[in-house]
Design a protein around this ligand. Structure first.
Ligand SMILES: Nc1ncnc2c1ncn2[C@@H]1O[C@H](COP(=O)(O)OP(=O)(O)OP(=O)(O)O)[C@@H](O)[C@H]1O
Ligand SMILES: [Mg+2]
Length: 502
């Protein structure tokens, strides 16, 4: 046993986050931790690492107590953690982020070339191409996450804690991460692995623990779990999927894009979106999906192309405001940086985009705001009685629901959703998908991006496939199987690599 947590209790004002939790970790095991949004996973993880103080209970690593506010004890215990939200320093270089606090020294001097060499060794091990000198803030969320993983790998830790590390990674990067975790397991490193992707948990982990409502309900070896039994344990009841609604997609073309290009990123992209259609964008991380959404949302001043809104040509929007004026809105991938004001209440965040609801008196305004926010958040399985709490006090998945609610509230004609189910638990995912379908049935057009290709295929009426900034294929709902999308993508990738090799 390398780590043991016993009788852990933790409350936040008004919320019992953990109740009498016992958890243990064995040497060289990958221990999965699953549960609904707000079940207490991240809180438990932060108590294990000493980042939070438990109200009661004991955490021991290698027989030593881990206490809050004692980072040395934690380092002695050899615990490394990758939290749910990236903690990279955007202004610093990629290499500086990885070796933060532990520069590669030669004698008394910090050697830049040694740092670079060590950085390259890591990127090779993970099969990545990241320039050590690039500003971390300019990297995709997936690559920022990779920097955190690299940071945990350099430190030679005995216990590794990962809170949803793959939420924004594509299939190739995931494989590399799994390989890295397997490599560490061989070396005896124990890993706690928090994820909402149950297939991944079942494939990767040796034991799995399920949390529900602040309690740990069961820990079993992976062979004794199935996807269904995990879901039932998480929810406390069997998951009922809402029956798929029949929708007819209108003939009317809401958006027509011709020859959209962003220098170095997107090349001559053309497509149409119908009224009431859910269009999926498939591809690997870095294929241009996020850039395409950003260009449509007016967030990229380098974008150029022809845009027809309901048949009328419009100048390409180069500001978010001009895109909104055309009825196009983006719910971005990085909720911390772009999505939410964490210090404001949940309700204020949801209604932030809609100033029309502002009424005369502040009291009335607050009441209306709460009522309106509740209307949009309830269908997402969000506890409406907590809407006046600050957005920062919610769990990662519930914050994601707030980002979604905020854009549903605004009701654009075309809603762009990047990584739309990122961090959202299985139950709420099904509900979110039902909400998206209902909005589409009411006439909203929605473009979704997800690195979880299964979800994309399930949710979208049609999937456009991107690779290396180009549109390489289009699949109807019936044809769009995950494996077909991947085949299309990998053909292009292989050709490109062969081209480079010759
Ligand atoms: N800093 C905080 N202040 C107040 N409440 C908090 C704080 N952090 C967490 N909570 C509350 O504690 C409970 C457990 O949250 P936690 O973040 O541990 O959930 P989680 O299982 O990690 O969920 P998710 O899957 O959404 O990440 C939630 O009700 C959450 O709102
Ligand atoms: Mg969490």
């Amino acid at each position: 046993m390398v780590l043991r947590a016993q009788g852990i209790h933790k409350s936040f004002p008004g919320v019992r986050a953990l109740h009498d939790v016992d958890f243990d970790l064995r040497a060289g095991e990958v221990h999965g931790l699953v549960g609904e949004n707000g079940a207490g996973k991240s809180t438990l993880v932060k108590i294990i690492t000493g980042a939070y103080d438990a109200d009661a209970g004991l955490v021991e690593a290698f027989g030593h107590e881990v206490r809050h506010g004692d980072p040395r004890a934690r380092r002695r215990a050899g615990i490394a953690a990758i939290y749910q939200e990236p903690t990279t320093v955007p202004e610093m270089s990629a290499a500086a982020n990885v070796f933060l606090g532990r520069p590669q020294r030669r004698g008394p001097f910090v050697s830049r070339s040694d740092t670079h060499r060590a950085f390259r060794q890591l990127t090779t091990r993970l099969g990545l191409t990241i320039d050590p000198d690039v500003r971390a803030g300019s990297l995709s969320v997936a690559n920022q996450q990779m920097l955190e993983i690299m940071r945990a790998l350099v430190a030679d830790h005995r216990i590794l804690i990962m809170d949803e590390p793959t939420a924004s990674l594509g299939p190739t990067e995931r494989e590399r991460l799994y390989e890295a975790i397997h490599g560490l397991r061989e070396e005896g490193v124990a890993t706690v692995y928090v994820s909402h992707n149950l297939d991944e948990v079942l494939a990767l982990c040796d034991r799995v623990s399920v949390m529900r409502d602040g309690g740990l309900v069961a820990t079993k070896p992976v062979e004794r779990w199935t996807k269904e039994s995990l879901v039932t344990a998480m929810l406390g009841h069997v998951l009922e999927k809402p029956p798929p609604q029949r929708r007819t997609i209108a003939e009317e073309v809401v958006l027509r894009v011709e020859g959209l290009s962003v220098p170095g990123v997107l090349e001559e992209i053309s497509f149409t979106v119908h009224r009431g259609e859910i269009l999926g964008l498939g591809g690997l991380v870095g294929s241009g999906r996020t850039e395409l959404l950003r260009a449509l949302a007016g967030a990229d001043s380098d974008a150029d192309g022809r845009l027809f809104v309901r048949g009328q040509e419009r100048p390409w929007p180069r500001t978010v405001r001009s895109a909104l004026a055309l009825g196009i809105a983006l719910a971005p991938e990085d909720r911390k940086a772009q999505g939410l004001v964490l210090s404001l209440s949940a309700a204020a965040n949801v209604s932030l985009t809609d100033m029309r609801t502002v009424a005369s008196g502040p009291l009335l305004r607050e009441r209306r705001r709460l009522a309106r926010a509740a209307e949009f958040m309830r269908p997402l399985a969000f506890d409406a009685s907590r809407l006046s709490e600050s957005a920062g006090s919610f769990s990662g998945g519930n914050q994601q629901k707030l980002v979604v609610g905020k854009w549903l509230h605004r009701r654009p004609d075309v809603l762009l959703m990047d990584e739309f189910t990122r961090g959202i638990d299985v139950g709420a995912k099904a509900e979110l998908l039902a909400v998206v379908r209902r909005l589409a049935a009411e006439g909203m057009s929605i473009i979704i991006v997800s690195s979880e290709l299964e979800e994309l295929v399930e949710g979208a009426d049609r999937v456009l496939v991107l690779a290396r900034g180009r549109l390489i294929g289009e699949l109807g709902h019936a044809e769009a199987a995950v494996e077909r999308i991947l085949r299309l993508v990998f053909e292009v990738e292989e050709e490109a690599e062969e081209g480079l090799a010759t």
